[in-house]
Design a protein around this ligand. Structure first.
Ligand code: SF4
Length: 169
């Protein structure tokens, strides 16, 4: 069970359970369970993957994920589409305006490595040239399910980071 993975101690009692944990762990569990994402739709992947994943059929909201139109309220930036060299400084600036800890998913071949436009003088060969990327979703375009799988991979990574952080204490 999701909750049981992150708590210190769970004791079952008749009619329920008692949990002992720390405020830190509750906050980390809350963050992982409600990733608010700053959608950075830059080309076709924005429609084919990002909007499709957020709409009713795939419904990212059911994982506690809500779209925000401002970097100040976002934990995750989903870069979906071609990053042109003209747009790159804005992408970097908006990433820097997100509060830490912040995460990035590069969605589609363009965001991962330039895609079909990799040889163009005007296109960045991957958004990781300007900001750190946590999970890559290859494909032109990838399926919305691939983005949803990437979100689960990111959550796994977040859990590992939390474990490492607490192991050092
Ligand atoms: S990876 Fe393909 S579908 Fe996605 S933005 Fe690039 S060209 Fe468009």
């Amino acid at each position: 069970m999701e909750v049981e993975r992150q708590i210190d101690h769970l004791e079952r009692i008749p009619g329920g359970a008692i949990i002992t944990t720390t405020v830190d762990k509750v906050l980390e569990w809350g963050r992982e369970s409600s990733l608010w994402y700053f959608a950075f739709g830059l080309a076709c992947c924005a429609i084919e993957v990002l909007m499709a994943a957020g709409a009713a059929r795939f419904d990212l909201d059911r994982f506690g994920m809500m779209f925000r139109a401002t970097p100040r309220q976002s934990d995750l930036m989903i870069v979906a589409g071609t990053v042109t060299k003209k747009m790159a400084p804005r992408v970097k600036l908006l990433y820097e305006q997100m509060a830490e800890p912040r995460y990035v998913i590069a969605t589609g071949s363009c965001a991962c490595a330039g895609g079909p436009f990799a040889d163009s003088y005007a296109v960045l060969k991957g958004v990781d040239k300007i900001i750190p990327v946590d999970v890559y979703v290859p494909g032109c375009p990838p399926r919305p399910e691939a983005l949803m799988f990437a979100v689960q991979q990111l959550k796994e990574k977040m859990r590992e980071e939390v474990k490492e952080k607490h192991a050092k204490k």
